[in-house]
Ligand binder design. Structure first.
Ligand SMILES: *Cc1c(COP(=O)(O)O)cnc(C)c1O
Length: 477
């Protein structure tokens, strides 16, 4: 006996009604995005203090849930979709991507194997192949070659499974026990985390020296590999980055590939941020040398108009990945899998289960067309160059790293404290959100343009706010 008033579930009719309300809510949020302080102005614990200590015993009206969204949740949101969001790298959310994700939720399929939803697998394979064409990626990454693409939840996961494949390729337990990994201190934190999970301790991750553009020095890489070989260690892989998180530095892929090929090392390339730019022919040079990489990852969920989560991983040899990750218990066996004619993407990732992420990317590609993708990237790059020009023209400021894309690293010449205070003043104002990094042991401000909502006037306003903050904190004469 149940004391529950029927119906238990939200009916399709009620879903339709509530769904319209929620879509209206999101559309209102988009329309009002400029009104919010970019960085959430709350203290730790503020949000939880407004939530009831216990979950409801009885059903609550849907309207109450929506009301609490406004009163409790929104004040604790840092508004990544704000046009004044210049921190980290953007996390693009767009109408078509949100709707594609909604359809994915509505279908509720779990596409771990081809048989568990053939369209989920085949659309994913297809959009990954499309992106090879759109971005001018090497043909070895096509599903019709020995390689192929897969959509992961994050670049972190893509890098991790690449490391697991590289490790598996070493073969013997003895080699695995002595494996070493090469990257730079500028690479993303996810790289060392991947290494740690793959069983490579910090002591065997080599952070190769960088040049004055913060890019990996191939001579230093070669020397480190030679030293490790002489010490009886087993060099396993190099992780190069095109577009580092700190400063968008570009590791020289060809020079690095000369070394990885000579020693039989796995070359993984992390283009999480910069990869999206290669939808434009003028940025295709970023892919030079990728045809010599074993794996490559980039994030449409950063700068390619697609909601988190959507990260594409390409491998040149899919068997290397599948051999490392495939486990086939009786309950996962099926005719399609046994036939060898289908892709089972569970063998390309860490989790068994997987969302139908290809839908949102497909919606995006069709809504914007390739011309739309290119226009999106180009305006951000143009504004970043303009911003860098303003910085250079101001005697109190300097640009401290090359600006290949839409990230500008700059600093006030007054020293670390002044830069920290400029940052804190800007972020506390709620008018914009920036973060800092450290380059050459100096605090550096980072302005990353990438929001879908950003217009040129927001970039201008950001520069005004930064120079005004410099005046307030005593950084200007
Ligand atoms: C953002 C970023 C990552 C991490 O991306 P996730 O998808 O959040 O794991 C990795 N590498 C670079 C260069 C990045 O900028």
């Amino acid at each position: 006996m149940s004391d529950f008033e029927e119906p238990l579930h939200m009916t399709p009719d009620e879903f339709r009604r509530r769904g319209h309300e929620v879509v209206d809510w999101v559309a209102d949020y988009m329309a009002n995005i400029e009104q919010y302080p970019v960085l959430a102005q709350v203290q730790p614990g503020d949000i939880r203090a407004k939530l009831p200590p216990h979950p409801p015993e009885h059903p609550e009206p849907f309207a109450d849930v929506l009301a609490d969204l406004d009163s409790i949740i929104v004040p604790g949101i840092t508004h990544w979709q704000s046009p004044d969001f210049f921190a980290y790298f953007a996390s693009n959310a767009t109408g078509p991507a949100i709707l594609g994700d909604l359809v994915s939720s509505g279908l509720g399929v779990q596409g771990m194997a081809w048989a568990t939803s053939p369209a989920a697998t085949e659309l994913e394979t297809h959009v990954c192949d499309w992106m090879v064409e759109v971005m001018g990626l090497p043909e070895r990454f096509l599903s019709t070659s020995d390689g192929g693409g897969v959509i992961q939840d994050s670049a972190s996961s893509g890098s991790l499974v690449s490391m697991l494949a590289a490790r598996h390729r070493l073969g013997s337990a003895d080699a695995i026990a002595r494996m070493t990994l090469y990257t730079t201190a500028q690479s993303n934190s996810s790289i060392e985390k991947s290494a740690r999970i793959a069983g490579i301790p910090h002591e065997r991750v080599r952070f190769i020296d960088v040049d004055d553009t913060f890019a990996m020095r191939p001579d230093a890489l070669a020397a480190a590999i030679d030293a490790d070989l002489a010490a009886g260690l087993v060099p396993m892989a190099v992780v190069a980055t095109t577009g580092t998180t700190s400063s968008a530095a570009l590791d020289p892929l060809h020079a690095i590939a000369d070394i990885t090929e000579a020693h039989g090392l796995w070359l993984h390339v992390d283009g999480a941020y910069a990869g999206s730019a290669t939808v434009c022919p003028e940025f295709r040079y970023l892919n030079d040398g990728l045809e010599r990489a074993d794996s490559y990852v980039f994030n449409p969920h950063k700068w390619l108009l697609t909601n988190f989560d959507c990260s594409l991983l390409y491998v040149a040899d899919r068997d290397a990945l599948i051999d490392a990750l495939s486990i086939l218990p009786p309950y996962l066996r099926n005719q399609a899998t046994e036939s060898g004619e289908v892709i089972d993407y569970r063998d390309w990732q860490v989790p068994l289960g997987r969302r139908f992420r290809a839908l949102k990317l497909w919606f995006v590609l069709r809504h914007y067309g390739m011309a739309g993708l290119r226009a999106h990237i180009r305006r951000h790059v143009a504004w970043a160059r303009e911003f860098a020009g303003w910085v250079e023209a101001d005697p109190d400021f300097e640009v401290v790293a090359p600006v290949p894309l839409a990230l500008v690293c700059f600093r006030h010449t007054g020293g670390d404290d002044v830069n920290r205070r400029i940052l804190d003043t800007c972020n506390a104002s709620g008018e914009l959100y920036l973060i800092s990094t450290v380059l050459d042991d100096q605090v550096v401000l980072r302005l990353a343009i990438g929001s879908v909502t950003t217009e040129r006037r927001h970039v201008e306003a950001a520069w005004k706010a930064i120079t005004a903050a410099a005046g307030c904190v005593g950084g200007s004469s």
